[in-house]
Write a protein that binds this ligand. Structure first.
Ligand code: NAI
Length: 331
């Protein structure tokens, strides 16, 4: 029996996370879930968006499955997600973006993995007003953080027999901050002569991604560009309901879908559970339950390929739990 922290989150979080735990259980892997709160639900109960109790549970269990949490726009408390990533030093956000047969998209063979630096850049939230009509944000980039995300990307490329790593940057304008990121990635790239290494100014990378996404493989990016690019790439493979992810460091791994709380769908039971279920697949692979992970992944692919019991974003009319049941039935 494994032990892991479960954070259902806000909005559609509890609905899709429940789908993931039910599928894991049906696949025969026993996990004792320690349920904890974050974001708005934690605020409502403890007046604290990131309770210590939640952080220490993840520290102890070292594995968590997490739904999205609400962060108010341009006001309110600081994003609990970002605080959590910094507190636990979950320095890499890894998002695999892969075409799933049966999803109606323009692209056929996308298979790429984004490695996004997860602890610094403009997302540190160091900002202040300068008088009342100007605001300043500080973009902090360090060599250590840039090298460790690059190392993780190259190690992954080597282990998974990937052919190429692309680094995105804007070092032509931000010569010091993005310049440091770029030189750090370059220094790691030089240790992996067998892996093709490519650099691209970020807007060019976005343009090429829309035109020929099949040409990309492993991509390493600073925090902000990584967030933007991974969400755009989710659109290329059929939407946010399909893309899983993990925030990972040395001490812990927090698996969470790329999507947010989807306020437009929350409470209706119609969100696509695929991203959350695939987070479960990533979690199972992480703990060595490969056979169960493969069975779940194959079942998800089959349900989507058959296109019968799928949610609205995939052109169907079924609910989150109907689609989850179909995945379980196909295991
Ligand atoms: P969002 O990802 O919640 O929604 C964007 C669009 O994608 C919406 O049209 C939504 O209906 C659709 N969508 C998202 N997940 C889906 C699913 N599973 N199935 C079908 N359609 C899905 O992003 P938005 O609206 O920008 O943010 C809403 C809230 O989520 C904000 O409070 C934001 O801070 C939070 N958020 C939290 C994240 C996290 O906790 N990791 C990540 C991103 C946003």
């Amino acid at each position: 029996m494994y032990k892991a922290t479960l954070i259902p989150g806000d909005g559609i979080g509890p609905e899709v996370i429940r789908a993931a735990t039910e599928v894991i259980e049906a696949a025969g892997v026993k996990i004792s879930w320690e349920e904890k709160l974050i974001g708005q639900s934690a605020m409502a109960k403890y007046n604290n968006p990131l309770p210590e109790d939640t952080v220490s549970s993840i520290e102890t269990n070292r594995i968590a499955l997490k739904g999205p949490s609400t962060t108010e726009i341009a006001k309110g408390f600081r994003s609990a997600n970002i605080s959590l990533r910094q507190r636990l030093n979950l320095y890499a956000n890894i998002r695999p973006i892969k075409t799933i047969e049966g999803v109606n998209t323009k692209y056929k063979d996308i298979d790429l993995v984004i490695f996004r630096e997860n602890t610094e850049d403009l997302y540190m939230g160091i900002e202040h007003m300068v008088g009342k009509d100007a605001a300043e944000s500080i973009k902090l980039i360090t060599r250590d953080a840039s090298e460790r995300i690059a190392s993780m990307a190259f190690n992954y490329a080597l282990r998974e027999k990937r052919r190429k790593v692309t680094c995105g940057h804007k070092a032509n304008v931000m010569k010091l901050s993005d310049g440091l990121f770029l030189s750090s990635v370059r220094s790691i790239a030089s240790k992996y002569p067998d892996i093709e290494y490519q650099e691209m100014i970020i807007e060019n990378l976005f343009m090429k991604m829309v035109m020929n996404p099949e040409e990309f493989d492993v991509i390493v990016l600073p925090n902000l560009y990584g967030d933007l690019l991974s969400e755009m790439c989710a659109g290329l493979v059929g939407g946010l309901g399909l893309v899983p992810g993990v925030n990972i460091g040395v001490e812990a791994a927090v698996f969470e879908p790329t999507h947010g709380t989807a306020p437009d769908l929350a409470g209706k039971g119609i969100a696509n559970p695929t991203a959350a279920i695939l987070c479960g697949v990533m979690l199972l692979n992480h703990i060595g339950e490969k056979e169960a992970a493969d069975r779940i992944y194959n079942s998800v692919k089959r349900v989507i390929r058959e296109g019968k019991y799928v949610t609205r974003d995939l052109g169907g009319s079924y609910s989150t739990m109907d689609m989850t049941k179909a995945v379980i039935d196909n295991l």
